[in-house]
Design a binder for this molecule. Structure first.
Ligand SMILES: [Zn+2]
Length: 237
């Protein structure tokens, strides 16, 4: 029975080690996804800027078309003027030309503004692309380093799993099952140390007869309060 308990202790140690390693691996994976998120955010920002730039270019083309059309209108009106007979008509077309010229001047003002917006955004975008390239390169190196760490931890997990298989070979399957269920139910601790008449798993006093029986090492005893498998340890280790 003592041997069985020692093997259960080793099983518990292996399982805890696996939990620790999996936790470390999870943290590394989270760090890796954090690195990738930084690059993704930079790329999304660039895509948004590119969309804005395309929109500004479309608006600029629209202004250019309107501008060209207005210039044509002025030329047409000026040509028409030569055939006008009455003073009244002449004045009306004159007003049209004045209005069209004002329109052209406004359009030119808007075009200049648009061009300056495009230039500014193009400059920002080029700078952002440079930064993003550097970020991506740096991130790729950090991700590769994280992946190497994750792989190393996985190698340790694999080794612990082999160790676990070897340990469980020496323990009856029903006991391994009981241990596994207990571990799930008792926050990772299927075993509890018994000392000075107490269960160290739940800090409850053990019935004296049960505590005395632990010294005999004849059977597997469990705490009546927390159901953990008891291991007698007289000295604090
Ligand atoms: Zn207990």
């Amino acid at each position: 029975m003592k041997k069985k308990l020692e093997m259960l202790e080793e099983l518990q140690e292996v399982d805890q080690q696996i939990d620790v390693l999996k936790g470390a691996q999870g943290a590394l994976l989270a760090e890796m996804s954090g690195i990738n998120q930084g690059v993704d955010a930079a790329r999304e920002e660039i895509a948004a800027n590119e969309a804005t730039l395309a929109q500004l270019e479309t608006e600029k083309s629209g202004l250019e078309s309107t501008h060209a059309a207005e210039l044509e209108n002025i030329v047409r009106s000026e040509t028409n003027m030569k055939e006008i007979k009455t003073n009244k008509e002449f004045q009306a077309v004159g007003r049209e030309i004045t209005a069209a010229k004002k329109q052209v001047s406004d359009l030119e003002e808007s075009l200049l503004q648009k061009i300056s917006q495009i230039d500014e955004l193009s400059g920002t975008l080029a700078a952002k692309k440079n930064t993003c390239d550097e970020l991506a390169e740096n991130a790729a190196q950090r991700v590769a380093a994280k992946q190497a760490e994750i792989d190393a931890v996985q190698a340790n997990i694999d080794a612990e799993i082999v160790r676990r298989e070897n340990v469980t070979k020496g323990i009856p399957a029903s006991l391994v099952k009981k241990f596994t269920i207990l571990r799930e139910q008792r926050r990772g601790q299927a075993l509890a140390i018994a000392r000075d008449g107490y269960c160290m798993g739940c800090n409850m006093h053990l019935p004296p007869q049960l505590y005395n029986n632990l010294y005999k090492h004849e059977e597997l005893l469990t705490c009546p309060h927390c159901q953990r498998i008891l291991i007698l340890k007289l000295q604090q280790q």
